[in-house]
Design a protein around this ligand. Structure first.
Ligand SMILES: [Zn+2]
Ligand SMILES: [Zn+2]
Length: 371
């Protein structure tokens, strides 16, 4: 190929940071437009068609694309195997012109039921320690009357006359790549290989009916809003005896009035009075495992973090528990009694300049803001 090659991105009319989807869409559109079958053997269209295929085969392969981005056409060996499409892109192309549009394997046998997704609300404590719940799942279940076959009681389904029970049909066609055989799911029996002649009146031949099923769920300790539980086989049953899909269960965790979760740790804002901060105290605080005594040292600064080891949330997989972190907030009184005002005035310290600060004070304030 001695001719000057056009830039692959330019050929497909996409930007250099086009996503795989964008590339694919651009390629499909152009390949449709310049396909030889649609251009009555126009040589120029055929050249363009090849150019498009070549550009796509390189840019759709992440490794080749990377090399092309780095070296351009100079990176020979970029498409040394060129001139023809790779098997994959030929297959793609064939599918695109003669079949469903997206590449999908011909399906045979009974169809699988849909997966279901549900969210349930749980308390903060249930998320931390796990729980057992019964979840009411509305779904398609097996028709009790026909046992899921879809055929009227006492009758049976028969072999599909279109595909002879194979569930798929083959079509051989001529294309510019030679003879290509397209295998697709039989449209008559939808791949099942058999058809119902006398449908069950209860499910109208579907083999399934709407039902509400109570599913027992064990919620593991440590789940959070972003955890999804998969319950295999608890989704919708497939039509005419097809296997069931799965149930995906998500969680909405109700907030706790005092505790906030941050990953495996639990944050508790510990309000203390000025005398408590100045003189120190032993304070009882709430944790998910009940009340717990915290030692407040004399001279505790606002923002100080006191860690209660192992009183956080267990990791949903490893089970390792995080900590509870109590962040001290000094509550400055806004309403003083006459007597209190007198006490504060006696303390002095109002000289019209910033208070003397020992080194280290701002470190603890910064620490409080970091979280
Ligand atoms: Zn039925
Ligand atoms: Zn069939």
């Amino acid at each position: 190929m001695a001719t000057v090659k056009r830039d692959y991105y330019e050929v497909l009319g996409v930007g250099r940071n086009a996503t795989a989807e964008e590339l694919r869409a651009a390629y499909r559109k152009l390949a449709m437009q310049y396909h030889p079958d649609r251009n009555n053997g126009d040589k120029q269209a055929e050249e363009r068609f090849k150019e498009i295929g070549e550009a796509y085969s390189v840019l759709s392969d992440p490794q080749k694309r990377q090399r092309y981005d780095a070296f351009g056409h100079a990176a020979d060996g970029v498409p040394p195997d060129f001139g023809a499409f790779s098997f994959d892109s030929a297959f793609d192309l064939f599918d695109m012109f003669f079949g469903g549009g997206t590449r999908r394997r011909a399906r045979t046998g009974p169809q699988r039921g849909d997966d279901l997704r549900m969210n349930i609300e749980i308390t903060f404590e249930e998320a931390v320690f796990g729980a057992k719940r019964t979840v009411d799942v509305p779904r398609a279940g097996v028709c009790a009357e026909c046992g899921g076959s879809g055929a009227r009681l006492g009758t049976e389904s028969s072999q599909c006359p279109t595909c002879g029970g194979a569930g798929q049909v083959r079509r051989t066609m001529q294309s510019i790549f030679g003879q290509v055989t397209n295998v697709s799911t039989c449209p008559h029996c939808r791949g099942e290989g058999h058809v119902v002649n006398d449908p069950c009146p209860h499910c109208r031949g579907q083999g399934r009916v709407e039902e509400r099923r109570m599913v027992e769920v064990t919620i593991p300790a440590g789940v959070d809003d972003d955890v999804t539980l998969r319950l295999p086989g608890e989704g919708e049953v497939g039509p005419r005896g097809g296997p069931s899909g799965d149930l995906y269960l998500g969680f909405r965790v109700k907030p706790h009035p005092q505790l906030v979760r941050r990953g495996q740790d639990i944050i508790y804002e510990l309000p203390v009075s000025v005398p408590q901060a100045v003189l120190g105290d032993t304070i009882t605080v709430p944790t998910v495992s009940g009340e717990h005594a915290v030692e407040l040292a004399p001279g505790t600064q606002p923002g100080k973090q006191i860690k209660l080891h192992g009183l956080g949330v267990p990791h949903v997989r490893s089970g390792r528990r995080g900590d509870q972190i109590c962040v001290v907030r000094v509550v400055v009184p806004t309403h003083l009694s006459h007597q209190e005002r007198g006490v504060y005035e006696q303390l002095g310290g109002r000289e019209g300049k910033p208070a003397e600060v020992r080194k280290g004070f701002f470190d603890s304030v910064r620490e409080a803001f970091r979280g």
